[in-house]
Design a protein. Structure first.
Length: 290
C-alpha cells in the first residue's frame, strides 16, 4: 500500500499541476544535486521569430527567405515555424520542395527548382569547412540569437537569425535551486555562444552546447558516473532518452508525447519554477520515512 503521506502528496501535486507518473523517480527528487535543463522549449518558450535576414552578395533577401521557408515548411523544429511565419508575413510564394530530408541535430536539406538547398547550424558549416563572417555571426550570437545558414550545395547563400524568449520564471527557478544546494546545467543542440548568452541571462552554472540528440542521454550518464544525482528537464523527442537515464526525469507539459511518456513527473503548466516544487514536495513527503 502507498503510505499515507505519499498518497497525500499526490493530491497536493495534482493541485499544483505536477503530474507524478513514476513514484520512484519522484522519491529520488529529494536527493538530486544537479538539475539539467534543455534550452529550447524548456527554459525558453520555443517560439522563434525571425529578426535578421542576411543574404550574401547576388542573393536577395526575398529569395533567401523563399528557399529557407520552402524547406522549413516540411520541418517540425521550432525554428521552422519561425521561418515559415516570416515568409507568409512577407507574402512570399512558398514552393513545396521536390525532396526533403532532415539531418539530425544539424539542419535540413532538400531540392527546390532542381537545386540542392540546405538550412544548417553553425556547427555544420564548421565541420564542412564552409567559411562565413565570424564577426557578423558573433554579433548575433552574443545577443542570444539563434543563427541558421542557407546553402546551395556547399555555397553559402546567407544567414537567418531568430530570437526566442526566455520564460519569465526561468531565472527565479534557477536561483531557488541554487539556494537549496542544487547545481544547474543547460544541455542544448544550439550553438555554444548562443547557449552561453542565454545561460548568463538565467544564471545557469554550466553549459553543455552543440550536443547531438543521441548525445544528450550520454551526458546524463557521464554526470552520474561522476557521482552526481541527476535530474533532467526537457520537452522534445530528443530529450526522451536523457529523461530516461536521469534519476529524476521531468517533462514540460507543452512538449512532445514521447518526452511525457518517458518522464517521472510532467509539469502541466510548463513552468520551470515547478521543478523546485517537485524537489520541495519530495523532501517533505519522504522526510519522515527514510
Ligand atoms: P535544440 O532543439 O536543442 O535546439 P536540435 O538538435 O534540434 O537542438 O538542433 C540543433 C541545431 O540544428 C539547431 O540549433 C539548428 O542550428 C539546427 N537545426 C535543426 N533543425 C533545424 C531546422 N529545421 N532548420 C534549421 N536548422 C535546424
Ligand atoms: Mg527543447
Amino acid at each position: 500500500a502507498i503510505p499515507l503521506v505519499a498518497a497525500r502528496s499526490t493530491g497536493i501535486s495534482a493541485q499544483k499541476g505536477l503530474f507524478i507518473r513514476n513514484r520512484i523517480g519522484f522519491e529520488s527528487a529529494r536527493r538530486i544535486d544537479t538539475m539539467i535543463f534543455d534550452k529550447t522549449g524548456t527554459l525558453t518558450h520555443g517560439e522563434f521569430g525571425v529578426t535578421d535576414i542576411l543574404p550574401e552578395k547576388d542573393v536577395s533577401e526575398e529569395e533567401l527567405l523563399r528557399l529557407a521557408a520552402s524547406l522549413e515548411s516540411q520541418s517540425e523544429h521550432p525554428i521552422a515555424a519561425g521561418v515559415v511565419a516570416k515568409g507568409r508575413e512577407e507574402n512570399i510564394d512558398i514552393p513545396q520542395p521536390e525532396a526533403f530530408d532532415s539531418m539530425t541535430g544539424a539542419g535540413i536539406t532538400g531540392k527546390i527548382d532542381g537545386k540542392t538547398i540546405s538550412v544548417v547550424s553553425p556547427g555544420y558549416l564548421q565541420r564542412e569547412g564552409i567559411s562565413y563572417d565570424e564577426r557578423d555571426f558573433s554579433k548575433l550570437a552574443e545577443t542570444g540569437k539563434t543563427v541558421v545558414f542557407v546553402l546551395q550545395e556547399q555555397t553559402l547563400l546567407g544567414a537567418i537569425a531568430l530570437a526566442d524568449v526566455v520564460k519569465e520564471s526561468a531565472k527565479e527557478a534557477v536561483e531557488r535551486l541554487h539556494q537549496i544546494g542544487i547545481e544547474t546545467v543547460m544541455l542544448t543542440g544550439d550553438n555554444e555562444k548562443v547557449a552561453q548568452e542565454v545561460a548568463k541571462q538565467i544564471g545557469i552554472d554550466q553549459v553543455i552546447a552543440e550536443v547531438l540528440p543521441h548525445e544528450k542521454a550520454e551526458k546524463v550518464k557521464e554526470l552520474k558516473i561522476d557521482g552526481k544525482r541527476v535530474g533532467m528537464t526537457g520537452d522534445g523527442i530528443n530529450d526522451a532518452p536523457a529523461l530516461a537515464n536521469a534519476d529524476l526525469g521531468v517533462a514540460v507539459g507543452a512538449g512532445t508525447d514521447v518526452a511525457m511518456e518517458t518522464a517521472d513527473v510532467v509539469l502541466v503548466n510548463s513552468d520551470p519554477l515547478d521543478v523546485v516544487s517537485i524537489v520541495d514536495l519530495s523532501r517533505v513527503t519522504y522526510r519522515k520515512m527514510i
